[in-house]
Design a protein around this ligand. Structure first.
Ligand code: F6P
Length: 328
Protein backbone atom coordinates (compact mmCIF):
# COMPACT_ATOMS: atom_id res chain seq x y z
CA UNK A 1 0.00 0.00 0.00
CA UNK A 2 1.45 3.41 -0.98
CA UNK A 3 1.47 6.67 0.93
CA UNK A 4 -1.91 8.05 2.10
CA UNK A 5 -3.37 10.45 -0.47
CA UNK A 6 -4.10 13.84 1.15
CA UNK A 7 -3.94 16.13 -1.87
CA UNK A 8 -5.00 15.28 -5.43
CA UNK A 9 -3.98 17.18 -8.56
CA UNK A 10 -6.21 17.36 -11.63
CA UNK A 11 -5.60 18.50 -15.18
CA UNK A 12 -7.08 18.29 -18.69
CA UNK A 13 -4.78 17.49 -21.60
CA UNK A 14 -4.83 16.93 -25.37
CA UNK A 15 -7.80 18.00 -27.51
CA UNK A 16 -10.50 19.45 -25.25
CA UNK A 17 -13.91 17.81 -25.23
CA UNK A 18 -17.34 18.91 -23.98
CA UNK A 19 -17.87 17.55 -20.47
CA UNK A 20 -14.31 18.12 -19.27
CA UNK A 21 -15.63 20.85 -16.98
CA UNK A 22 -18.19 18.47 -15.54
CA UNK A 23 -15.30 16.06 -14.90
CA UNK A 24 -13.18 18.73 -13.15
CA UNK A 25 -16.19 19.70 -11.05
CA UNK A 26 -16.79 16.09 -10.03
CA UNK A 27 -13.13 15.57 -9.07
CA UNK A 28 -13.12 18.75 -6.97
CA UNK A 29 -16.47 18.05 -5.30
CA UNK A 30 -15.58 14.39 -4.59
CA UNK A 31 -12.32 15.58 -2.99
CA UNK A 32 -14.31 18.03 -0.83
CA UNK A 33 -16.77 15.29 0.12
CA UNK A 34 -13.92 13.00 1.20
CA UNK A 35 -12.03 15.81 3.01
CA UNK A 36 -9.14 15.72 0.56
CA UNK A 37 -7.45 18.79 -0.88
CA UNK A 38 -7.49 19.43 -4.60
CA UNK A 39 -5.26 21.45 -6.86
CA UNK A 40 -5.68 22.10 -10.58
CA UNK A 41 -2.89 22.44 -13.17
CA UNK A 42 -3.41 24.70 -16.15
CA UNK A 43 -2.86 23.54 -19.74
CA UNK A 44 -2.35 19.87 -18.89
CA UNK A 45 1.21 18.64 -18.53
CA UNK A 46 2.52 22.09 -19.46
CA UNK A 47 1.11 23.52 -16.23
CA UNK A 48 2.78 20.73 -14.27
CA UNK A 49 6.11 21.49 -15.97
CA UNK A 50 5.73 25.25 -15.37
CA UNK A 51 4.29 24.95 -11.86
CA UNK A 52 1.14 26.77 -12.97
CA UNK A 53 -1.48 25.63 -10.50
CA UNK A 54 -4.53 26.76 -8.56
CA UNK A 55 -6.10 25.49 -5.33
CA UNK A 56 -9.66 24.34 -5.97
CA UNK A 57 -12.52 23.99 -3.53
CA UNK A 58 -16.16 23.04 -3.96
CA UNK A 59 -17.10 26.66 -4.75
CA UNK A 60 -14.34 27.10 -7.38
CA UNK A 61 -16.28 24.84 -9.71
CA UNK A 62 -19.72 26.43 -9.41
CA UNK A 63 -21.71 26.90 -12.63
CA UNK A 64 -19.37 24.96 -14.90
CA UNK A 65 -21.23 21.64 -15.25
CA UNK A 66 -22.98 23.08 -18.33
CA UNK A 67 -19.97 24.72 -19.98
CA UNK A 68 -17.96 23.46 -22.95
CA UNK A 69 -14.16 23.71 -23.07
CA UNK A 70 -12.16 23.36 -19.86
CA UNK A 71 -11.62 25.97 -17.14
CA UNK A 72 -8.15 24.47 -16.62
CA UNK A 73 -7.42 24.84 -20.34
CA UNK A 74 -5.59 22.18 -22.32
CA UNK A 75 -2.41 21.68 -24.35
CA UNK A 76 -0.29 19.05 -26.04
CA UNK A 77 2.92 19.69 -24.07
CA UNK A 78 6.20 19.16 -25.93
CA UNK A 79 8.23 19.79 -22.76
CA UNK A 80 6.59 16.87 -20.99
CA UNK A 81 7.79 14.52 -23.74
CA UNK A 82 11.34 15.03 -22.42
CA UNK A 83 12.84 13.47 -19.27
CA UNK A 84 13.87 16.93 -18.06
CA UNK A 85 10.34 18.26 -18.50
CA UNK A 86 8.87 15.38 -16.52
CA UNK A 87 11.48 15.87 -13.76
CA UNK A 88 10.44 19.54 -13.51
CA UNK A 89 6.79 18.47 -13.28
CA UNK A 90 7.62 16.00 -10.48
CA UNK A 91 9.50 18.72 -8.59
CA UNK A 92 6.49 21.05 -8.86
CA UNK A 93 4.08 18.38 -7.61
CA UNK A 94 6.37 17.78 -4.63
CA UNK A 95 6.48 21.51 -3.90
CA UNK A 96 2.67 21.63 -4.07
CA UNK A 97 2.48 18.51 -1.86
CA UNK A 98 0.40 16.68 -4.43
CA UNK A 99 0.28 12.94 -3.70
CA UNK A 100 -1.54 11.74 -6.83
CA UNK A 101 -2.90 13.01 -10.16
CA UNK A 102 -6.13 12.63 -12.08
CA UNK A 103 -5.49 12.99 -15.81
CA UNK A 104 -8.46 13.85 -18.02
CA UNK A 105 -7.73 13.28 -21.71
CA UNK A 106 -7.09 10.72 -24.43
CA UNK A 107 -4.43 8.14 -25.26
CA UNK A 108 -1.58 10.68 -25.53
CA UNK A 109 -2.44 11.88 -22.04
CA UNK A 110 -2.44 8.35 -20.67
CA UNK A 111 0.86 7.49 -22.37
CA UNK A 112 2.47 10.48 -20.65
CA UNK A 113 0.86 9.55 -17.33
CA UNK A 114 2.13 6.00 -17.41
CA UNK A 115 5.75 7.07 -18.04
CA UNK A 116 5.51 9.80 -15.41
CA UNK A 117 4.12 7.46 -12.79
CA UNK A 118 6.90 4.93 -13.44
CA UNK A 119 9.70 7.51 -13.44
CA UNK A 120 8.57 9.52 -10.42
CA UNK A 121 6.37 7.14 -8.45
CA UNK A 122 3.30 9.37 -8.60
CA UNK A 123 0.00 7.45 -8.58
CA UNK A 124 -2.22 8.47 -11.50
CA UNK A 125 -5.75 7.68 -12.66
CA UNK A 126 -6.88 8.41 -16.22
CA UNK A 127 -10.37 9.68 -17.06
CA UNK A 128 -11.14 9.26 -20.78
CA UNK A 129 -12.10 12.56 -22.42
CA UNK A 130 -11.92 12.79 -26.21
CA UNK A 131 -14.51 13.35 -28.91
CA UNK A 132 -12.80 10.61 -30.97
CA UNK A 133 -14.01 7.85 -28.59
CA UNK A 134 -10.96 5.79 -29.55
CA UNK A 135 -10.11 4.58 -26.04
CA UNK A 136 -10.07 0.92 -25.05
CA UNK A 137 -11.72 0.05 -21.72
CA UNK A 138 -14.74 2.30 -22.04
CA UNK A 139 -17.76 2.24 -24.32
CA UNK A 140 -17.84 6.04 -24.24
CA UNK A 141 -15.31 8.81 -23.70
CA UNK A 142 -16.41 12.20 -22.35
CA UNK A 143 -17.35 14.56 -25.19
CA UNK A 144 -18.12 11.98 -27.83
CA UNK A 145 -21.90 12.12 -27.39
CA UNK A 146 -21.92 15.93 -27.57
CA UNK A 147 -19.73 15.87 -30.69
CA UNK A 148 -22.12 13.39 -32.34
CA UNK A 149 -25.06 15.69 -31.64
CA UNK A 150 -23.15 18.69 -32.99
CA UNK A 151 -22.33 16.80 -36.19
CA UNK A 152 -25.88 15.55 -36.69
CA UNK A 153 -27.26 19.06 -36.22
CA UNK A 154 -24.78 20.42 -38.78
CA UNK A 155 -25.57 17.70 -41.31
CA UNK A 156 -29.30 18.30 -40.87
CA UNK A 157 -28.65 21.88 -41.99
CA UNK A 158 -26.47 20.79 -44.88
CA UNK A 159 -29.24 18.43 -45.96
CA UNK A 160 -31.65 21.37 -46.28
CA UNK A 161 -29.43 23.16 -48.78
CA UNK A 162 -28.33 19.92 -50.48
CA UNK A 163 -31.91 19.03 -51.23
CA UNK A 164 -32.83 22.58 -52.33
CA UNK A 165 -30.04 22.50 -54.94
CA UNK A 166 -30.01 18.77 -55.81
CA UNK A 167 -26.42 18.56 -54.63
CA UNK A 168 -24.03 15.95 -53.35
CA UNK A 169 -22.21 16.97 -50.16
CA UNK A 170 -19.03 15.48 -48.75
CA UNK A 171 -18.93 16.29 -45.04
CA UNK A 172 -15.61 15.72 -43.31
CA UNK A 173 -15.79 14.98 -39.59
CA UNK A 174 -13.08 14.55 -36.94
CA UNK A 175 -11.91 11.35 -35.30
CA UNK A 176 -8.21 11.26 -36.10
CA UNK A 177 -7.62 7.57 -37.05
CA UNK A 178 -10.97 6.32 -35.79
CA UNK A 179 -14.37 6.26 -37.48
CA UNK A 180 -16.68 6.40 -34.45
CA UNK A 181 -17.91 9.93 -35.07
CA UNK A 182 -18.40 9.36 -38.80
CA UNK A 183 -20.19 6.04 -38.47
CA UNK A 184 -22.64 7.02 -35.76
CA UNK A 185 -23.34 10.57 -36.94
CA UNK A 186 -23.69 9.24 -40.49
CA UNK A 187 -26.42 6.85 -39.45
CA UNK A 188 -28.06 9.46 -37.23
CA UNK A 189 -28.10 12.01 -40.05
CA UNK A 190 -29.16 9.51 -42.71
CA UNK A 191 -26.02 9.71 -44.87
CA UNK A 192 -25.96 7.82 -48.18
CA UNK A 193 -22.35 6.74 -47.64
CA UNK A 194 -20.00 6.73 -44.66
CA UNK A 195 -16.26 6.54 -45.22
CA UNK A 196 -14.15 5.45 -42.25
CA UNK A 197 -10.50 4.42 -41.86
CA UNK A 198 -11.46 0.98 -40.47
CA UNK A 199 -13.15 -0.06 -43.74
CA UNK A 200 -11.79 0.66 -47.19
CA UNK A 201 -14.83 1.10 -49.43
CA UNK A 202 -12.69 1.80 -52.51
CA UNK A 203 -13.23 4.55 -55.05
CA UNK A 204 -14.99 2.36 -57.59
CA UNK A 205 -17.56 1.12 -55.08
CA UNK A 206 -18.20 4.70 -53.99
CA UNK A 207 -18.87 5.72 -57.59
CA UNK A 208 -21.15 2.70 -58.10
CA UNK A 209 -23.08 3.45 -54.97
CA UNK A 210 -23.58 7.13 -55.87
CA UNK A 211 -24.64 6.18 -59.37
CA UNK A 212 -27.12 3.67 -57.96
CA UNK A 213 -28.57 6.32 -55.65
CA UNK A 214 -29.04 8.69 -58.59
CA UNK A 215 -30.73 6.03 -60.69
CA UNK A 216 -32.95 5.10 -57.74
CA UNK A 217 -34.31 8.64 -57.83
CA UNK A 218 -32.30 10.36 -55.12
CA UNK A 219 -31.77 13.97 -56.03
CA UNK A 220 -29.35 14.90 -53.28
CA UNK A 221 -26.88 12.93 -51.22
CA UNK A 222 -24.68 13.23 -48.15
CA UNK A 223 -21.38 11.36 -47.83
CA UNK A 224 -19.80 11.54 -44.36
CA UNK A 225 -16.02 11.23 -44.54
CA UNK A 226 -13.94 10.57 -41.45
CA UNK A 227 -10.76 12.69 -41.46
CA UNK A 228 -8.66 9.52 -41.10
CA UNK A 229 -10.20 7.84 -44.15
CA UNK A 230 -7.67 7.34 -46.93
CA UNK A 231 -9.92 6.51 -49.87
CA UNK A 232 -9.07 9.88 -51.42
CA UNK A 233 -5.95 11.85 -50.48
CA UNK A 234 -8.22 14.32 -48.77
CA UNK A 235 -11.90 15.18 -48.91
CA UNK A 236 -11.39 17.88 -51.58
CA UNK A 237 -9.51 15.52 -53.89
CA UNK A 238 -12.13 12.89 -53.27
CA UNK A 239 -14.88 15.31 -54.31
CA UNK A 240 -12.87 16.29 -57.43
CA UNK A 241 -12.51 12.63 -58.37
CA UNK A 242 -16.24 12.06 -58.05
CA UNK A 243 -17.03 15.24 -60.06
CA UNK A 244 -14.74 14.06 -62.88
CA UNK A 245 -16.28 10.59 -62.99
CA UNK A 246 -19.91 11.44 -62.29
CA UNK A 247 -20.50 14.76 -64.07
CA UNK A 248 -24.23 14.55 -63.30
CA UNK A 249 -23.46 15.35 -59.70
CA UNK A 250 -23.05 18.93 -58.46
CA UNK A 251 -20.73 18.26 -55.52
CA UNK A 252 -19.67 20.43 -52.58
CA UNK A 253 -17.42 19.89 -49.55
CA UNK A 254 -17.94 20.95 -45.94
CA UNK A 255 -15.23 20.41 -43.33
CA UNK A 256 -16.87 20.66 -39.91
CA UNK A 257 -13.56 21.07 -38.05
CA UNK A 258 -13.29 22.36 -34.51
CA UNK A 259 -16.97 23.22 -34.01
CA UNK A 260 -17.16 19.52 -33.14
CA UNK A 261 -15.07 20.09 -30.02
CA UNK A 262 -17.10 22.98 -28.62
CA UNK A 263 -20.51 23.59 -27.14
CA UNK A 264 -22.49 22.67 -24.07
CA UNK A 265 -22.10 19.03 -23.09
CA UNK A 266 -25.15 16.80 -23.47
CA UNK A 267 -26.74 15.36 -20.33
CA UNK A 268 -25.17 12.01 -21.23
CA UNK A 269 -21.66 13.51 -21.20
CA UNK A 270 -22.27 15.38 -17.94
CA UNK A 271 -23.45 12.25 -16.17
CA UNK A 272 -20.65 10.15 -17.65
CA UNK A 273 -18.03 12.74 -16.60
CA UNK A 274 -19.50 12.89 -13.10
CA UNK A 275 -19.57 9.13 -12.59
CA UNK A 276 -16.08 8.50 -13.99
CA UNK A 277 -14.47 11.33 -12.03
CA UNK A 278 -15.99 10.46 -8.65
CA UNK A 279 -14.74 6.91 -9.19
CA UNK A 280 -11.25 8.21 -10.05
CA UNK A 281 -11.05 10.05 -6.70
CA UNK A 282 -12.37 7.02 -4.80
CA UNK A 283 -9.80 4.72 -6.41
CA UNK A 284 -6.92 7.00 -5.41
CA UNK A 285 -8.22 7.29 -1.84
CA UNK A 286 -8.46 3.51 -1.81
CA UNK A 287 -4.74 3.24 -2.56
CA UNK A 288 -5.20 2.24 -6.23
CA UNK A 289 -2.97 3.67 -8.96
CA UNK A 290 -2.13 3.69 -12.66
CA UNK A 291 -5.63 2.80 -13.78
CA UNK A 292 -8.12 4.22 -16.23
CA UNK A 293 -11.79 4.46 -15.34
CA UNK A 294 -14.35 3.61 -17.99
CA UNK A 295 -18.00 2.82 -18.52
CA UNK A 296 -18.76 -0.67 -19.80
CA UNK A 297 -22.39 -1.75 -20.18
CA UNK A 298 -23.46 1.19 -18.01
CA UNK A 299 -21.22 0.13 -15.10
CA UNK A 300 -18.18 2.15 -14.01
CA UNK A 301 -15.13 -0.10 -14.23
CA UNK A 302 -11.37 0.33 -14.24
CA UNK A 303 -8.47 -1.27 -16.07
CA UNK A 304 -4.72 -0.71 -15.96
CA UNK A 305 -3.43 2.23 -17.99
CA UNK A 306 -1.21 -0.25 -19.76
CA UNK A 307 -4.21 -2.31 -20.85
CA UNK A 308 -6.06 0.81 -21.96
CA UNK A 309 -3.07 1.82 -24.09
CA UNK A 310 -2.46 -1.62 -25.60
CA UNK A 311 -6.08 -2.51 -26.33
CA UNK A 312 -8.03 -1.36 -29.36
CA UNK A 313 -11.56 0.00 -29.17
CA UNK A 314 -13.16 -1.42 -32.29
CA UNK A 315 -16.05 0.08 -34.16
CA UNK A 316 -19.20 -1.99 -34.41
CA UNK A 317 -19.13 -3.27 -37.99
CA UNK A 318 -22.83 -4.14 -37.85
CA UNK A 319 -23.43 -0.41 -38.13
CA UNK A 320 -21.92 -0.44 -41.64
CA UNK A 321 -24.54 -2.96 -42.69
CA UNK A 322 -27.28 -0.86 -41.06
CA UNK A 323 -26.07 2.16 -42.99
CA UNK A 324 -26.05 0.18 -46.25
CA UNK A 325 -29.60 -1.08 -45.66
CA UNK A 326 -30.93 2.34 -44.74
CA UNK A 327 -29.40 4.15 -47.69
CA UNK A 328 -31.31 1.98 -50.19
O1 F6P B 1 -8.30 14.13 -30.66
C1 F6P B 1 -9.29 15.07 -30.85
C2 F6P B 1 -9.11 15.78 -32.17
O2 F6P B 1 -10.13 16.76 -32.28
C3 F6P B 1 -9.07 14.88 -33.40
O3 F6P B 1 -10.36 14.48 -33.81
C4 F6P B 1 -8.36 15.75 -34.39
O4 F6P B 1 -7.71 14.96 -35.37
C5 F6P B 1 -7.36 16.47 -33.54
O5 F6P B 1 -7.86 16.44 -32.20
C6 F6P B 1 -7.12 17.91 -33.92
O6 F6P B 1 -6.15 18.41 -33.06
P1 F6P B 1 -5.75 19.96 -32.98
O7 F6P B 1 -6.90 20.69 -32.35
O8 F6P B 1 -4.54 19.96 -32.13
O9 F6P B 1 -5.53 20.41 -34.38
Amino acid sequence: MGKKVRRIGVMTSGGDSPGMNAAIRAVVRACAYYHTECIGYYRGYQGMVNGDSVKLNARSVRNIVNQGGTILQSARSKDFLTKEGRAKAAKNLKKDEVDAMILIGGDGTFRGGKVFSQEHDVPVIGVPGTIDNDIYGTNFAIGYDTALNTVVEAIDKIRDTASSHNRLFFVEVMGRDAGFIALNSGIGAGAEEILIPEEDLGLERLLDSLERSRRAGKTSSIVVVSEGDKIGKNVFQLADYVKENLPNYDARVTVLGHIQRGGRPTCFDRVLASRLSVKAVELLLDGKRDLMVGMLNNEIESCSLERALKGKHNINKELLKISEILST
